[in-house]
Design a protein around this ligand. Structure first.
Ligand SMILES: [Zn+2]
Length: 250
């Protein structure tokens, strides 16, 4: 039996986008990894209807800013961890600065515009990104490595047009599903923080809780990708690229 190597201190920092059903379990997975800093970006408040999947929050937090409730919960569990609160919207005015402040980003946002923006900000900053999304009974994960290729746009070239896909009200998500995907995203982010090889780079991992199945689609850098290819047209973040938010769910 192999001897387990001791876990070395990891003076790295991770930014979590969205303190929701994906971001909360990702943070719990990361709390035990001896990070230097963890940042949380969310401008929303805790809502009673989301408590079942936002596992860091309880009744006492309803109405509070999520970043405040997040910091309280994480500091209780991990007193040595520095938690940095960003109670701002993740948009073209904040994304580039946030992406440059951290060593790793976890995308736990809930809409297409934010996911494309997170990808582009990460690629342009050279910051590795773990993408996670959950809707209905399943979800998906992929990692954009530090070198930026392949990226989320290599697979999904543009955000969907308005009206394509379910509305936020129609989408919904089974409560425990983002817990699974968020925890896996946290483990992957810990791997990146420890400068280990990412497990999901060039792989789209699709999880379906009904079939209890995991499917992996491998993909290569798109030579015509609009943000990560040598001839990329996106050289800076512009609101015109991201259109309506559209709904993934969480
Ligand atoms: Zn790309």
């Amino acid at each position: 039996m192999a001897v387990m190597k001791p876990v070395r201190a990891t003076p790295a920092s991770v930014l979590i986008l969205g303190a929701g059903g994906l971001g909360c379990p990702a943070a719990l997975a990361l709390g035990a990894v001896s990070l230097a800093r963890i940042g949380i970006c969310d401008d929303d408040r805790v809502d009673v209807s989301n408590l079942h999947r936002q596992v860091l929050f309880g009744d006492q937090d309803v109405g509070a800013l999520k970043v405040d409730a997040f910091a309280r919960a994480m500091s209780r569990r991990f007193p040595k961890l520095a938690v940095e609160k960003h109670a701002v919207r993740f948009d073209v005015t904040t994304a580039a600065e946030l992406a440059a402040l951290y060593d790793v980003i976890v995308d736990g946002t809930d809409n297409f515009a934010a996911k494309f923006l997170a990808n582009d900000a990460a690629v342009l900053a050279g910051t590795p990104l773990v993408h996670a999304a959950a809707v209905g009974w399943g979800g998906q994960l992929t990692t954009v490595p530090a070198r930026g290729r392949p990226c989320y746009r290599c697979l999904f070239e543009e955000p969907p047009a308005a009206g394509v896909g379910p509305s936020c009200a129609e989408a919904g998500v089974l409560g425990p599903v983002p817990g699974v995907l968020g925890a896996l995203a946290g483990v992957e982010a810990a791997r990146l923080a420890r400068r280990e090889t990412p497990a999901f780079a060039g792989r789209l991992v699709q999880y379906d809780s009904r079939a209890m199945s995991v499917r992996t689609v491998r993909f290569n850098p798109n030579p015509l990708c609009s943000v990560c290819s040598p001839g990329a047209r996106i050289r800076a973040l512009s609101a015109a690229e991201y259109g309506p938010e559209g709904c993934i769910s969480t």
